[in-house]
Design a binder for this molecule. Structure first.
Ligand code: NI
Length: 191
């Protein structure tokens, strides 16, 4: 396995819509080892997720994993999930404010609106179909990653530029208030 370079905001690859993969392509050793590298790169960078477009490969694959993440200590854990050709459907109009960051946007966080209840359907790395309903902060993580496969970055959803901050200033001025909000979301939605 090897670590992949992560594209930074401004690189056009982050604005591409990734192409879907066939079952045959997914089964190939090339794509299977790419998935191994994507997961390894996400873990090495302490990301909560990583999309193929972020590592210069515009195909419909992203990975999510939260395991006591030091970058996002309030996020509920999510077991490793590799999604191929994912589709998100909103289950309600309800939204919440998330405070997001991104490995492709160095040292910046900001408030975005995310749908609170979603259904996501995808193929796993073995080509099996899955459909799951996801809620709360976890639903935000899914939306952030799948957005990358359609050329969107969290900054596109920042509704108040005054919420933008570096990670240091987030810790200093915004963290405590947001952790309280995040705990209330998790308590209400179970995720
Ligand atoms: Ni991101």
């Amino acid at each position: 396995m090897s670590l992949l370079k992560i594209a930074q905001i401004g690189h056009p690859v982050l604005r591409q819509t990734a192409r879907t993969l066939t079952q045959e392509e997914l089964a190939s050793s090339e794509i299977q080892s790419f998935i191994d590298n994507l997961v390894e790169t996400m873990r090495d960078a302490n990301g909560a997720g990583l999309a193929a477009t972020q590592v210069y490969n515009p195909v419909q694959i992203c990975a999510i994993e939260v395991k006591d993440n030091p970058r996002y200590p309030y996020k509920p854990n999510i077991p490793l999930t590799v999604m191929v050709n994912p589709i998100i459907t909103m289950l309600s109009e309800e939204t919440f404010e998330n405070y997001e960051g991104c490995l492709s946007v160095p040292n910046l966080r900001g408030r975005v609106m995310r749908n609170t209840e979603i259904r996501v359907s995808f193929l796993d790395r073995n080509g099996q179909e899955h459909e799951r309903e996801v809620r709360g902060i976890t639903a935000g993580t899914y939306q952030h990653e799948v957005d990358h496969l359609f050329g969107k970055i969290f900054v596109d959803h920042v509704f108040d530029s005054k919420s933008l901050c570096t990670w240091t200033e987030f810790e200093r001025y915004h963290r405590d208030a947001f952790v309280k909000e995040a705990e209330a979301i998790v308590a209400r939605w179970g995720g």
